[in-house]
Design a protein around this ligand. Structure first.
Ligand SMILES: NC(=O)C1=CN([C@@H]2O[C@H](COP(=O)(O)OP(=O)(O)OC[C@H]3O[C@@H](n4cnc5c(N)ncnc54)[C@H](O)[C@@H]3O)[C@@H](O)[C@H]2O)C=CC1
Ligand SMILES: O=C(O)CCC(=O)C(=O)O
Length: 526
């Protein structure tokens, strides 16, 4: 597996790739989009920060790419829909730079309140301008926070310690969660009206783009001070510059810009605006945190398929993931079994779960079944990221239910796939903690081991058939490691399920098909 690190990543992260057996890493920082497009086809993993733009164009050229990992939070530099369509997992590292960015925000707010950058610059010109740079206290002032997520809530916590009154707007947060932080949730309008200082901690979305615009500024307090350490386009820079020039806004502290680097824009040039070059996450601690996290996540996904902090795949972490893994494996095997046996278009897939598995997150299990089911059917790679999308594109109706069934198994997974011709049903369970077994295929019940080379024979329960099958395979040098015989009624329809040590070649299959009472013989590999 080859990984490209295309932005400045702390050495601790690069080291994780270097030490991983099975991973080769290249560090190439500052590539132009054309250069990146030329080479991206060789790589399975891409580790970035904010500078690399992973556009649809780059993704179209990324023939082997499986994962893009952002050492940081914001993913507005990655075309996530384009990546998802190609089954590329997109991950970030939430939390790794939260405290650092919150501290930067507070530093910016304090520097803004006390004109520290302007005073520093004046002194370096040999001046002593005490009156000009007189400031304002934070104590007893109202801080309006838009976006009370990880960074917003650390800012809230620290600023309450400074004696500020905090009001916040976050439509995705419950009153209860805000109350636990000791914060009053308000409408956006109320936050704009009440804030002496306003700080933004939202992701860049259609709703947050241009949030700070002429219209919204007009309802703010005269003399409000605005801090932006989120994303540049959340502010309309010209509208803010105009509001500072008119005196409506007393000043702004800006870390992020509509275009980076911004050059000497109207906003950056304004004396009442203090600015930093997207330094919010730039501390040694934060960079080590996010680099180690992203490298570990990319390594684990490439080497054993573990998905953590993905924004376009069901994410399960820690202990929950460990418990879920055997079920993901079981579901994938059941899907793969059916995907190799059905031969007409699929109309619908129904997933039913019973027993202890229902306490777990079921969506990833259903997706894992789909991955197994669709892989033998569609040409492109299908995985946890794009399987639901591929199913939707093919018009497959999906349903997932929990049922209570008085079965003999601790957990039971039942998948029913309806095709144009008929219904296919499989059930599976775990023996012990992690041994996957199919326990039902259509009307046939048994203990079927879905691994390695398999042969599925359907026919009739007649004396001598098993012996003839063994003899025919033995004559071709094929060793049977395990077999299961299942029938509906004595002498009736029967299923012979064989695990073999080696692949059964076409000639041997033809011979099996020619035996009396054998109706069909199919080779599968799982
Ligand atoms: N300047 C820098 O170096 C850094 C900037 N950032 C930026 O800060 C942003 C926030 O980061 P985190 O707090 O870690 O993310 P987060 O996901 O924990 O928090 C974002 C919050 O915004 C809320 N939100 C979403 N849409 C909203 C809307 N329309 N109005 C109000 N609230 C809304 C969400 O509910 C969530 O609570 C990131 O998206 C990133 O763009 C993050 C790290 C460093
Ligand atoms: O990588 C950086 O320096 C910026 C971090 C950032 O903006 C983010 O994590 O969203």
């Amino acid at each position: 597996m080859k990984v490209l690190v295309s932005d400045n990543l702390s050495e601790l992260g690069v080291q994780i790739f270097r030490e991983a057996e099975g991973i080769e890493v290249d560090v190439k920082v500052g590539l132009s989009p054309d250069d990146l497009k030329q080479i991206i086809g060789q790589y399975h993993g891409l580790a970035i920060r904010g500078a690399t733009k992973v556009t649809a164009d780059i993704i179209a050229a990324a023939d082997n790419l499986k994962v893009v990992g952002r050492a940081g939070t914001g993913l507005d530099n990655v075309d996530i829909p384009a990546a998802s369509k190609r089954g590329i997992v997109v991950m970030n590292t939430p939390g790794g730079n939260t405290v650092t960015t919150a501290e930067h925000t507070i530093s910016m707010m304090m520097a803004l309140a006390r004109n520290i950058p302007q005073a520093t610059s004046s002194m370096k010109q040999g001046k002593w301008e005490k009156k000009k740079f007189s400031g304002t206290e934070l104590f007893n002032k109202t801080l309006g926070i838009v976006g009370l997520g990880k960074i917003g809530s650390v800012v809230a916590d620290r600023t309450m310690g400074l004696g500020m009154r905090v009001v916040a707007y976050d439509p995705f947060l419950s009153e209860e969660q805000a109350k636990q932080m000791g914060i009053r949730l308000c409408t956006l309008q109320e936050v704009f009206k009440e804030a002496d200082f306003l700080t933004l901690h939202v992701p860049l979305t259609d709703e947050t783009r241009n949030l700070i615009c002429e219209k919204n500024i007009s309802i703010m307090k005269d003399g409000v001070r605005i801090v932006n350490c989120s994303r540049g386009p959340v502010i309309n820079e010209d509208d803010l510059a105009a509001a500072i020039e008119s005196g409506k806004v007393a000043g702004a502290a800006v870390d992020v810009y509509a275009v980076e680097p911004p050059g000497l824009t109207r906003l950056v040039s304004n004396d009442k605006v203090i600015c930093t070059p997207h330094l919010g996450a730039s501390t040694q601690e934060a960079q080590d945190n996010v680099a180690v996290a992203v490298a570990t996540q990319i390594r684990d996904y490439l080497l054993d398929g573990t998905i953590r902090n993905a924004v376009n795949a069901p994410a399960v972490a820690g202990e929950a993931l460990e418990n879920l893994k055997p079920y993901l494996d079981l579901a994938r095997r059941l899907g793969s079994f059916l995907g190799q046996t059905i031969q007409t278009g699929i109309k619908s897939v129904e997933a039913q779960y019973s027993g202890v598995v229902t306490d777990m997150e079921l969506k990833p299990i259903t997706t894992s079944f789909l991955t197994g089911l669709l892989t033998p059917i569609v040409a492109d790679e299908v995985n946890q990221v794009n399987a639901p999308m591929v199913a939707k594109e093919r018009g497959i109706l999906m349903s997932e239910t929990k049922v209570s069934r008085g079965e003999d198994f601790l957990s039971l997974l039942r998948f029913t796939v309806v095709t144009e011709r008929r219904e296919h049903l499989v059930e599976g369970t775990l023996f012990g903690k992690s041994e996957p077994r199919m326990v039902r295929y259509g009307p046939f019940r048994g203990e079927f081991d879905l691994s390695g080379n398999l042969v599925l024979l359907q026919g009739y329960d007649k004396p001598g058939v098993i012996g003839k099958v063994g003899t025919a395979l033995g004559a071709k040098g094929v060793n049977i490691s395990h077999f299961q015989f299942a029938r509906k009624i004595p002498g009736g329809e029967a299923l012979l399920f064989l695990n073999t040590d080696s692949r059964v070649e076409d000639a041997a299959l033809d011979e099996l098909r020619s035996l009396d009472y054998v109706e069909s013989a199919r080779r599968l590999t799982i």
